[in-house]
Design a protein around this ligand. Structure first.
Ligand code: CP
Ligand code: NVA
Length: 290
């Protein structure tokens, strides 16, 4: 990720850039600056959002910029204007676009059409801003990355898992995926362990996400039935390495992919993860636009 460029995928970030984002987040945490003074940032949401929308708006405000948040359907996009034409117009007014979309291809079209940075606020393929916050949370708790092991439980093909696994690999972390055959990640050489108890045995981090991502609603019943054995329970937490942390990007479905005991237990980092979205998004914005 070069300054002035896009952030569409966790692949866009080198290990060095990730470390730079973490130190920027440390510096900006709790601070107000004018790094984005006079800058306008358009945020477009094609799906619901609590954390991403609010944390980005607050991050922009802390950096002295102006956020314009819009739903897809209140823009002419909802009536069929192309993403390319929309991007070419928005770059005449604004300094960056942050977009949450169904199709990752739409982000690529936006980024190709616009000269201003485009930031992925979640697509069907990736959730890179979540991955940056997740790694920052792991750094807070474990003080290192190299050699740590993350166990992913559940829908291992999804956006959150893909971005975090890509970014964690750059920092020399190891990943193991625990899921049925149809839910395996499409990453060459991924380590798979179908039994979740075995998967978490040597894990420093146990990570889950919703079993039914936004856009997968038609597959809901199948996903819930197939993934039920991979629920993050307190028994799973007890099977992991002592001190292993529990992570989830939220929103959680308590009793479905994660039990309240695990989510509210002493090893849970889930609300720190949510908080860290704010600190790391300030870093991302400063890095790309400041
Ligand atoms: N984790 C996350 O992206 O949450 P929202 O869907 O609420 O933005
Ligand atoms: N995988 C989830 C993440 C939500 C933040 C989804 O796409 O719905």
């Amino acid at each position: 990720m070069r300054a002035g460029r896009d952030l569409l995928s966790a692949e866009d970030l080198s290990a060095q850039e990730l470390m730079k984002l973490f130190s920027l987040a440390d510096r900006l945490k709790g601070k107000r600056t004018d790094a984005l003074k006079s800058k306008n940032i358009v945020m477009i949401f094609q799906k619901p959002s609590t954390r991403t929308k609010v944390s980005f708006e607050v991050a922009i405000s802390h950096l002295g910029g102006n956020a314009i948040s819009l739903n897809w359907n209140e823009l002419q996009l909802g009536r069929g204007e192309t993403v390319e034409d929309t991007a070419k117009v928005l770059e005449r007014y604004a300094d960056a676009i942050i977009a949450r979309v169904f199709s990752h291809g739409d982000l690529e079209k936006m980024a190709a059409a616009a000269s201003i940075p485009v930031i992925n606020a979640l697509s069907d393929m990736e959730h890179p801003c979540q991955a940056v916050a997740d790694l920052y949370t792991i750094r807070q708790r474990k003080k290192k990355f190299s050699g740590l092991r993350i166990a992913f439980l559940g829908d291992c093909k999804n956006n959150t898992f893909r971005s975090l696994a890509l970014a964690a690999g750059k920092l020399s972390m190891n990943a193991v995926f625990s899921c049925p055959a149809d839910y395996r990640p499409d990453m060459a050489g991924a380590e798979i362990e179908e039994n979740p108890m075995n998967a978490v045995k040597d894990a420093d981090v146990i990570y889950t996400d919703t079993f039914v991502s936004m856009g997968d609603e038609a597959e809901k019943d199948r996903h819930l039935a197939d993934l039920a054995p991979y629920r993050l329970t307190s028994a799973i937490v007890r099977s992991a390495k002592k001190g292993a942390i529990v992570m989830h990007p939220l929103p959680a479905h308590r009793g479905v992919e994660i039990d309240s005991e695990a989510m509210d237990g002493k090893n849970s980092a889930v609300f720190d993860q949510a908080e860290n979205r704010l600190h790391t998004e300030k870093a991302i914005l400063k890095f790309l636009l400041g």
